[in-house]
Design a protein. Structure first.
Length: 252
């Protein structure tokens, strides 16, 4: 949920080490500069991570050559690198052309594409077919998976893991008869991941679904007003749409 930037160095290592056996961990290592990002990638490797999720350098928009140099430094640590393209947050767009140059670096294996622009998938597959495109915006998961995205770095599973996995599996199987109606019911809650309040909304959605969401790291506070009611309504709609029929009931 982007809160990795609010974690201390010790907390970053603790998160990786707390993962259950058999669970792959790909921590975020975004930083203001390459030195910071590389150090966090080294720490991730030492802690047993299986790869890293790396944004372009934070701060003022870097030149294309600077972005390539940044990823070269992160990849030099030796872990597989997933480039993280979220230009609304980083103010730097890993366009397909720029990413194709980044993808020439050994160790760049995938991109988490958050723009929501379905057309980018086709351009990326044309320019750098060896790089996996991972869905980064929950509310276009069906469209991108049907067009060839090979994974989903998702937000919704924090609150509704079973529903999200079921939807993803239906998309992978191209079972549109069941995927489309489920997608329609889940889409309101999926859409919160693409809003500025995504972090607060997902933590609230977790609470509404009976899970522990907890507080956001400062300075972010909880949602308030109409947004709270809307998140709750969207979660209840998703839960109702995926509820198992009562014993003896016939599915409609």
């Amino acid at each position: 949920m982007g809160e990795y930037r609010a974690l201390s160095d010790d907390e970053r290592a603790a998160v990786v080490q707390a993962a259950p056996s058999g669970c792959a961990v790909v921590p975020g290592v975004g930083g203001y500069g390459s030195r910071q990002a590389r150090r966090w990638a080294e720490q991730a490797a030492e802690a047993g991570a299986h790869g890293v999720l790396a944004r372009p350098p934070d701060g003022p928009a870097a030149r294309a050559a600077d972005v390539v140099a940044h990823y070269r430094d992160v990849a030099a640590v030796g872990l597989p690198v997933v480039a993280h393209n979220e230009p609304y947050d980083t103010r730097l767009d890993l366009t397909p052309d720029l990413l194709a140059t980044v993808a020439e670096i050994d160790g760049i294996v995938a991109v988490k594409e958050v723009t929501g622009d379905v057309r980018r998938l086709h351009r990326l597959r044309d320019l750098c077919p060896h790089v996996d495109v991972l869905v980064g915006a929950d509310d276009v998961v069906l469209e991108l998976v049907l067009c060839g995205a090979t994974g989903w770095v998702a937000t919704l599973p924090n609150a509704l893991p079973h529903q999200a996995v079921h939807l993803y599996e239906l998309c992978v199987a191209r079972d549109l008869g069941r995927a489309l109606p489920l997608y329609a019911e889940l889409h309101p809650i999926l859409g919160w991941a693409s809003r500025p309040e995504a972090m607060q909304a997902v933590k609230l959605a977790m609470e509404c679904a009976g899970r522990f969401g907890g507080r956001c790291r400062p300075p972010r506070g909880p949602l308030s007003g109409p947004a709270v009611d809307r998140v709750r309504r969207d979660v209840l709609r998703a839960l109702a749409a995926t509820a198992e029929p009562a014993s003896g009931a016939r599915p409609g």
